[in-house]
Design a protein around this ligand. Structure first.
Ligand SMILES: [Zn+2]
Ligand SMILES: [Zn+2]
Length: 257
């Protein structure tokens, strides 16, 4: 099966006991994966896992926007300049869990967007219940040298259309497979196939067939099959399209055999 995981957190403690097995299963089932940081330590740990079809993204999650403000950050730039780092992320706005005040989240998001543009890297964006401000900030900073990735898409079809118009890629995680997630499925139906990505956000959001278990990158293939059915496409045809999208998004070029 042709599949990638464009967003997972294998550096997190949930994988401390069996990380190498998890990565071995990922390499068996996936062409490649991106391990995503959420603060400086997490970003460093993500970088440590790169090599052999594993890439990293580095950034401060909106949860950690206060740390970004305090460190704000030559050290992140140094990490971002490594050749196996393919994106700045995850960055963005989270008004559902407002762990940092909005007035701190917004400049953290904007400054890291500017860093991504400077380094000609895509930004991986986390947006939860903050659609309006996210779009406003993305519009204010457009155009981008590399299109942004809306990760673990959680909005509706109209937000998906606005993101596609801005040239963003839209990435669906396992929650699109949940019985109650009709709004996400409506969004997935309208996203043009050449803008679509798939991810796990592991250890979170295991797809329905593995729900309640710890999610791992190899589970991306279940979400891919689900999306193929939703879009009435052959699984490998959609898988190949998503790999091409993901390689364009993250500037990765691999020979697919
Ligand atoms: Zn996220
Ligand atoms: Zn994430």
């Amino acid at each position: 099966m042709l599949c990638v995981d464009t967003h997972c957190h294998v550096q997190m403690k949930q994988f401390d006991n069996d990380r190498s097995e998890v990565l071995a299963r990922a390499r068996e089932h996936l062409q490649w994966l991106v391990v995503v940081g959420d603060d400086l330590e997490g970003s460093r740990a993500a970088c440590m896992l790169t090599g052999d079809r594993v890439y990293a993204a580095v950034g401060y999650h909106p949860y950690n926007a206060t740390q970004w403000r305090e460190h704000g950050d030559e050290r992140l730039r140094e990490l971002a300049e490594r050749p196996t780092v393919v994106a700045i992320g995850e960055i963005g706005l989270d008004y559902f869990n407002e762990y940092a005040p909005r007035a701190v989240q917004k400049p953290g998001f904007e400054q890291q967007l500017v860093l991504a543009a400077e380094l000609q890297l895509p930004a991986v964006i986390h947006c939860r219940e903050a659609e309006e401000d996210t779009i406003a900030i993305l519009r204010a900073h457009a155009p981008y040298p590399q299109p942004c990735v809306m990760h673990c898409f959680g909005g509706d079809a109209s937000f998906a259309a606005q993101c596609s118009e801005l040239g963003c890629y839209i990435s669906f995680a396992g929650n699109v497979t949940y019985p109650k997630a009709e709004k996400l499925r409506e969004a997935a139906r309208v996203v043009p196939t050449d803008r679509l990505l798939v991810e796990t956000d592991a250890p979170y959001l295991a797809p329905q067939c593995r729900r309640g278990k710890r999610c791992e990158p190899a589970d991306a293939r279940h979400t891919l099959s689900f999306l193929a059915e939703l879009k009435d496409m052959d699984q490998d045809e959609l898988g190949l399209q998503i790999i091409m999208n993901a390689e364009a998004a993250f500037n990765i070029s691999l020979q697919i055999s």
